[in-house]
Design a protein around this ligand. Structure first.
Ligand SMILES: Nc1ncnc2c1ncn2[C@@H]1O[C@H](COP(=O)(O)OP(=O)(O)OP(=O)(O)O)[C@@H](O)[C@H]1O
Ligand SMILES: [Mg+2]
Length: 387
């Protein structure tokens, strides 16, 4: 690997002291400097590091060992170089858990560091390509009852049917009182509060235990009802769950709560699509407008929320705004509409299962299929989250 090949590589440096020499030895790489306790799920979800450089003097041995243990659990697993002399046994043993690691003596020379980094990165050159290319779509309701959960369920069902063979999951992130399980007549097995004690243990096997296969042909992740769930579940657990799910599933639908959580921005930043669901009332349209602005302000480079108008009905049923008037109130165009069909929606909720299962000829099913098709083929897909 020539030094030009360090370009595009993401290097996480643990310990400020190492950062100057790292920047000189690995020109063109993108650096992030952090302390030994700063490697959490957020960093991994937004942009996994290719290589982690660790200053052995940056923290006590137990803390370094737990940092390296967290690296070993992450997917994709980065390479790591530990720089220091007289390594404690606990740190050396932790390094053995990594597939690609090396140790350099202190003080380290520029050529030694460059050679060592190049060898490890070349070794794992296939790793980035091997990352599972999942699509993650987040769905938020602008106001309560706008239809976010209904859209999430119907999109998951549509994608499972359309992509035969692809693995599809719906994660209900309304951790306290999510309704997706009830709408689908399914159990809620996602014990995220328990998993919060050791989020690094969330892996494919635990995902299996957390999920339930539902009638729509996809896996549902939903928490048992618990009014205190939002305070019990840590951001690291939520982000680690989603990261692991991205490795397992081809399509991930996230039913997000309207209320902002400490992990909301990270989840949205990692999403390929953000759908804001509104109904055709002035308060809902204004809320959708405000929510979209908030998302764009927080994630300026990445987020372009799309507006879905739900429960569209003819004007004969009341003085609802037209689509054009709605777009004026929203200050942007509408990306999809879903016809109102109370009979189909309530019958399916009462029977337990997607509308596409109980009322396949409902206009809701047709409209959601058109939205999915448009998102997949209409050039909307944004590509890899880590890009
Ligand atoms: N297109 C539609 N036509 C008729 N009824 C619908 C439609 N979409 C959703 N509904 C019904 O509206 C109600 C609210 O829908 P849903 O639970 O999906 O909204 P939500 O935004 O997720 O609500 P919450 O704010 O509680 O999370 C449900 O009874 C659902 O069956
Ligand atoms: Mg909901």
């Amino acid at each position: 690997m020539s030094s030009a090949a360090f370009a595009q590589r993401r290097i996480l440096v643990i310990g400020q002291r190492l950062s100057t020499i790292a920047e000189q030895a690995l020109p063109g790489a993108q650096f992030e400097v952090a302390g030994p306790d700063a490697f959490d799920g957020q960093a991994r979800l937004a942009a996994p590091a290719d290589l982690v450089l660790i200053d052995a003097g940056a923290g006590d041995p137990a803390r370094l060992a737990s940092l390296i243990g967290a690296l070993a659990q992450s997917a994709p697993q980065p390479a790591a170089i530990l720089v220091g002399s007289h390594l404690p046994v606990v740190v050396a043993r932790a390094l053995l858990k990594l597939k690609r690691s090396d140790v350099l003596d202190q003080p380290v020379s520029l050529p030694d560091l460059a050679r060592c980094a190049a060898a490890l990165l070349a070794d794992g050159s296939g790793v980035l390509e091997a990352v599972h290319a999942s699509q993650c779509w987040s769905i938020l309701s602008a106001v309560g009852g706008a239809g976010g959960t209904t859209l999430s369920i119907e999109l998951a069902t549509t994608l499972a049917a359309r992509t035969l063979g692809d693995r599809v999951a719906l994660v209900d992130l309304n951790l306290a009182d999510g309704a997706a399980g009830a709408y689908l007549g399914s159990a809620a097995n996602m014990h995220l509060a328990d998993a919060s004690a050791a989020p690094e243990r969330i892996d494919a096997a635990l995902l299996d235990a957390f999920s339930v296969r539902v009638g729509g042909g996809f896996d549902l992740f939903a928490c048992p009802r618990d009014p205190l769930a939002f305070s019990k579940v840590t951001p690291a657990a939520v982000l680690r769950l989603l990261e692991a799910a991205c490795q397992v599933y081809d399509w991930l639908l996230l039913d997000l709560p309207r209320g902002r959580q400490p992990w909301t921005a990270d989840v949205l930043a990692g999403s390929d699509q953000i759908l804001v669901v509104s109904e055709l009332t002035v308060p809902a349209l204004l809320a959708a407008r405000a929510l979209s602005h908030e998302i764009e302000a927080e994630l300026p480079d990445r987020a372009h929320p799309r507006i879905i108008l739900n429960r569209m009905a003819g004007r004969m049923f009341g003085p609802a705004p037209s689509r054009g008037e709605a777009e004026k109130a929203l200050g942007r165009k509408v990306d999809g509409v879903i016809t109102s069909d109370w009979e189909a929606a309530s019958c399916s909720a009462n029977l337990g299962g997607p509308i596409s299962q109980h009322r396949p000829r409902s206009k809701i099913v047709r409209d959601v299929a058109a939205i999915a098709e448009d998102l997949i083929t209409g050039g909307h897909a944004r590509g890899a989250k880590a890009a």
